[in-house]
Design a protein. Structure first.
Length: 213
């Protein structure tokens, strides 16, 4: 059995010229297409490995935010970068040397983020951007300890350690604002992590272009 379907376009050799008809079998599906040529469909497919890793990063970020003063997986790497920053900036005077610890701590993840971005490895760039945000949590704790100086300090070479942010804020006359500044850095870390997680999720969706002619 065949049936007629009224269609809003002219079909050559149609049996009626007053109203145009298009004949299709009952057991087939008709997909209308406007115009001639190719039609492109955007097909989206989730990369579950990438998406799952971003979920783990998000959970790790929550853990670091809730327990910012605790010891976490990346803190050891951050400490190495921090101490390396002191050494690298030791040639530029005492203030720059002390500030260089925090600069070095942030420079490493930011450098990786820019490197991957320039190479168009955007997913890797989103991961290292997360690392940058996580770094802000540790820095915020250090800043908020500027007046109390209760945190244990480490020093390369065994010299008496200097509390970086007690020294920095003291020189800048901002020591009493350590809590405000520390909280601002903490919020910055949250914002960076949220951006990195959302970016990573968006990059976990592979888009394939399928063309129908």
């Amino acid at each position: 059995m065949r049936k007629s379907i009224q269609w809003g376009m002219k079909v050559k050799n149609a049996p009626h010229f007053g109203t145009w008809w298009f004949i299709i079998p009952d057991n087939q599906h008709f997909r209308p297409s406007c115009g001639t040529g190719s039609r492109t469909n955007a097909m989206q497919k989730i990369n579950y490995f990438k998406a799952g890793f971003i979920v783990l990063l998000a959970l790790y970020g929550i853990l670091c935010a809730v327990d910012a003063g605790g010891a976490h997986f990346l803190d050891g790497v951050n400490l190495i970068a921090h101490e390396a920053g002191h050494l690298l900036f030791s040639y530029f005077g005492e203030f720059i040397q002390v500030l260089g610890g925090t600069v070095g701590q942030l420079f490493v993840p930011i450098a990786f983020t820019v490197y991957f971005f320039m190479r168009r490895e955007l997913y890797s760039s989103s991961v290292t951007l997360f690392w940058t945000g996580q770094n802000c949590f540790g820095i915020s704790v250090y800043i908020k300890d500027a007046q109390a100086m209760a945190l244990p300090l480490y020093s390369v070479g065994g010299d008496d350690p200097i509390h970086d942010w007690n020294y920095i804020l003291g020189r800048l006359g901002l020591l009493r604002g350590d809590q405000v500044i520390g909280n601002a850095v903490f919020v910055l870390g949250i914002i960076v992590i949220i951006i990195s997680v959302l970016w990573g999720f968006s990059l976990s969706v592979d888009r394939d272009e399928a063309a129908d002619t």
